[in-house]
Ligand binder design. Structure first.
Ligand SMILES: *Cc1c(COP(=O)(O)O)cnc(C)c1O
Length: 229
């Protein structure tokens, strides 16, 4: 894994530099897990309006401290345990990490009475990886018709996390497969499954993801430095 311990410039400079390399259609999400409130405020001051967290409790605590930042959108990107689903719906406008049918159906049930429905993404595991959650392509195709009944999820697209250690060619190929998969799903014209969002690309590999059509990149270490191990 690339180390990001020796970042140059201020966080504002890094954000501006990265933004310049991104097409306007790509939304930059700052992954703020384990990042201090002070650094999050600096990112906000540099124009970031999307914070992504992988734990519900951490996000909830930060939202109390950052309640004055009323125009921030919060994204959940980590695996969600079913007993935290209700809380997740309260804390996050976007849920990227819907990773199986049971969770999707539970969130859909819980979202039904809410005025503000979650924007949701389906997490896909492109390559076999026992440490990662998500649908395989075959499993997802199989579950689509049931997912299409989850109207209160506002499904907008797909999310993926690639395993570490791929070559740039392998990463590019995998991200292109996501684009192909989204196209295949789109052709089914399912009324409750939109496919205009592709959440893919992290500090290591976002350049390849953008080339392959990512619409959201999730950047942590390249903005904030390495997290404590
Ligand atoms: C931590 C994390 C990121 C950010 O990774 P970096 O290498 O810090 O850019 C992106 N997506 C998910 C799902 C993560 O858990």
């Amino acid at each position: 894994m690339t180390a990001f311990s020796q970042l140059s410039g201020t966080i504002a400079e890094r954000i501006h530099q990265i933004r310049q390399t991104l097409p306007d259609s790509v939304r930059l999400l700052a992954v703020t897990k384990q990042v201090s409130i002070e650094l999050m405020r600096a990112a906000y001051d540099a124009g970031v309006r999307d914070f992504a967290e992988n734990r519900v409790q951490e996000a909830e605590a930060k939202q109390v401290q950052l309640h004055d930042l009323t125009d921030v959108t919060w994204h959940l990107i980590g695996h969600l345990q079913s007993n935290k689903a209700q809380k997740a719906l309260e804390c996050f406008q976007w849920i990227h990490s819907i990773d199986d049918l049971k969770l999707a159906q539970r969130l859909n049930r819980l979202a039904a009475p809410l005025p503000q429905k979650p924007q949701s993404l389906l997490q896909v595991k492109l390559l076999p990886d026992p440490t990662k959650y998500g649908w395989s392509v075959a499993e997802l195709m199989n579950d689509l018709s049931v997912l299409n009944q989850c109207e209160d999820l506002r499904i907008q697209g797909l999310m993926t996390i690639l395993p570490y250690g791929l070559t740039s060619t392998e990463a590019t190929t995998a991200f292109q497969q996501m684009q192909t998969l989204a196209n295949t799903i789109r052709q089914q014209n399912l009324p409750h499954i939109q496919m205009q969002v592709l959440s893919m690309g992290m500090s290591n590999d976002y350049r390849f993801a953008v080339q392959a059509g990512a619409t959201m990149v999730r950047l942590g270490r390249i903005l904030f430095g390495d997290r404590p191990a």
